[in-house]
Design a protein around this ligand. Structure first.
Ligand code: NAD
Length: 252
């Protein structure tokens, strides 16, 4: 179902690939002006080219979500380019090393926490400030089924749990300011991230997919649909919530 995003500006982090790419395409096809934010310039520019060739409006801003100056530049550029920030999908994330806790390194811990959790916090900080100065808005953060279970390596699981905490705090703080903040918790989705997991540990990957009662991977567009709904006026009473889109994984 298409939503009314005409005249609205949206940031999508991790917009160069996978779930972010699908969400950028979806929001643009519903009329939003989309700022694709990613460390991957080539991937991000190809998403922008695709949106523009379909008649949509998009801009690429090279962004490292783990850097405050980079995130501030992202939000400032969005305001300069489109005049407002109305929607944000804080989705950039990395899987890190898939080792047991006893074999994890401090370097890997720091890298995963910096991108996945500090990144979402920095985005919330600067996006909410812009929305408070504007006319409010809606934000969705990407957690995971790993945000509710121990499925995955410790740094990844910890950050995905942490994103739910950040989502709830931001939602409570902004509930009376016309700002809504929610999280999506995808099951295993067919993207470069899950393809890397499959290449490194094919047996573990197959077992994991079988744990989804639907017995298949999700498609990035199936997450983008939920993100579009949460960012739309149709979700006007939803804030501080987490939405599982996981082929039944959490129902088992
Ligand atoms: P992906 O690897 O296809 O895309 C992730 C994007 O994030 C890439 O374009 C990458 O360049 C970008 N990125 C990485 N570090 C960044 C940084 N520091 N700053 C800005 N951008 C950065 O992966 P995906 O599967 O689309 O994952 C998107 C989100 O969904 C992640 O947060 C991931 O943890 C989450 N997720 C994925 C799955 C899955 O099965 N694919 C399941 C649950 C949750």
């Amino acid at each position: 179902m298409p939503y009314e995003f005409e005249g609205k500006a949206a940031i999508v982090t991790g917009g160069a690939s996978g779930i972010g790419r699908a969400a950028a395409n979806r929001l643009a096809s519903d009329g939003a002006s989309v700022v694709v934010a990613d460390i991957d310039r080539d991937g991000g520019e190809s998403v922008v080219d695709g949106i523009e060739s379909s008649g949509g409006e998009a801009t690429f801003v090279e962004t490292d979500v783990s850097s405050e100056s980079s995130v501030k530049n992202l939000v400032d550029t969005t305001l300069e380019t489109y005049g407002s920030l109305d929607m944000a999908f804080n989705n950039a994330g990395i899987e890190g090393d898939n080792e047991p806790t006893v074999d994890q390194t401090v370097d890997n811990w720091d890298r995963v926490v910096d991108v996945n959790m500090k990144g979402v916090w920095l985005c919330l900080k600067h996006e909410i400030r812009a929305m408070l100065e504007g006319e409010g808005g809606a934000i969705v953060n990407t957690s995971s089924i790993s945000g509710q279970t121990g499925a995955g390596a410790a740094p990844y699981v910890a950050t995905k749990h942490g994103i739910l905490g950040l989502t709830r705090t931001a939602a409570v703080e902004t509930a009376q300011d016309d700002i809504r903040v929610n999280a999506v918790c995808p099951g295993t989705i067919d993207t470069p991230l899950s393809q890397r997991f499959q290449e490194k540990t094919p047996e573990a990957f197959e077992q994991f997919v079988e744990m989804h009662p639907m017995g298949r991977l999700g498609e990035p567009e199936e997450i983008a649909d939920a993100v579009a709904w949460l960012l739309s006026e149709e979700a006007s009473f939803a804030t501080g919530d987490m939405f599982q889109i996981d082929g039944g994984y959490m129902a088992l």
